[in-house]
Write a protein that binds this ligand. Structure first.
Ligand SMILES: Nc1ncnc2c1ncn2[C@@H]1O[C@H](COP(=O)(O)OP(=O)(O)OP(=O)(O)O)[C@@H](O)[C@H]1O
Ligand SMILES: [Mg+2]
Length: 208
């Protein structure tokens, strides 16, 4: 039986990695086969592309270049890692995936819904997440909780207006794909969010 494909999405600092780590522990302790990936990255080639995208030296990079680089990293990850793992019955969990491209490059950098939807389809084919958890919290609130943005990360040091556009992009994609994307209130404490996360995962995927 094919494994479940689960992705986590949301603005910076909303608690994606915190919840992904909890899921890792949960699956590990219950002895369920799982693979955890981060986007962009997850293969040697994809990690090189990640460094190129995030480097401050590349502040002249335009939106289309950035979107295509994300897709290039993703194509490699899907072919080399995700597809074989799912075929093998492994649960695959990704910290950010296609909806990040939609929110960041589509909405915030203005490439638009049609371009990103087409790009995501070309890149992924039929490898679509069974469930996407959108950790819903506006960027101002997330940054305040985190104690400010990371100045060394090119994307995080963008203006708050940029992140508001990212958030609006997430809201848009969530309304376009309500079957796949489940919105979870990320403003609760980490235990409260986790209760909601694992309940949705158990209800919607093969994870037990
Ligand atoms: N529900 C929560 N309540 C309060 N603080 C939280 C909660 N979840 C995570 N945090 C804290 O907020 C910070 C950011 O969390 P985390 O790194 O998980 O977010 P993220 O969405 O992965 O961020 P990024 O987009 O930067 O990768 C961390 O210091 C974490 O401990
Ligand atoms: Mg993170």
């Amino acid at each position: 039986m094919k494994g479940s494909f689960i992705t986590f999405e949301g603005c910076e600092g909303v608690g994606k990695t915190t919840q992904v780590d909890r899921l890792r522990r949960y699956l590990d302790e219950s002895g369920q086969k799982a693979l955890f990936l981060r986007e962009p990255g997850g293969t040697a080639i994809s990690e090189k592309i990640r460094a190129m995208i995030l480097s401050k030296e590349n502040d002249k990079m335009n939106g289309k270049c950035e979107a295509l680089l994300y897709s290039a990293a993703r194509a490699q990850l899907l072919g080399e890692v995700v597809a074989p793992a799912l075929e093998d019955g492994t649960t695959v969990v990704c910290d950010r995936f296609t909806d990040s491209t939609f929110a960041y490059q589509g909405a915030a950098r203005g490439l638009g819904t049609d371009f990103i939807d087409a790009l995501n389809r070309l890149t992924c084919g039929d490898i679509v997440p069974d469930l996407t958890i959108f950790l819903d919290m506006p960027p101002r609130k997330a940054f305040a909780r985190k104690g400010g943005a990371d100045k060394n990360d090119r994307l995080e040091s963008q203006s708050i207006e940029f992140h508001e556009k990212v958030y609006a992009g997430y809201k848009e994609v969530a309304s376009m794909y309500p079957q796949r994307i489940v919105c979870i209130d990320a403003s609760k404490d980490a235990d409260g969010v986790w209760e909601d996360v694992i309940a949705v995962i158990r209800a919607r995927t093969r994870v037990r």
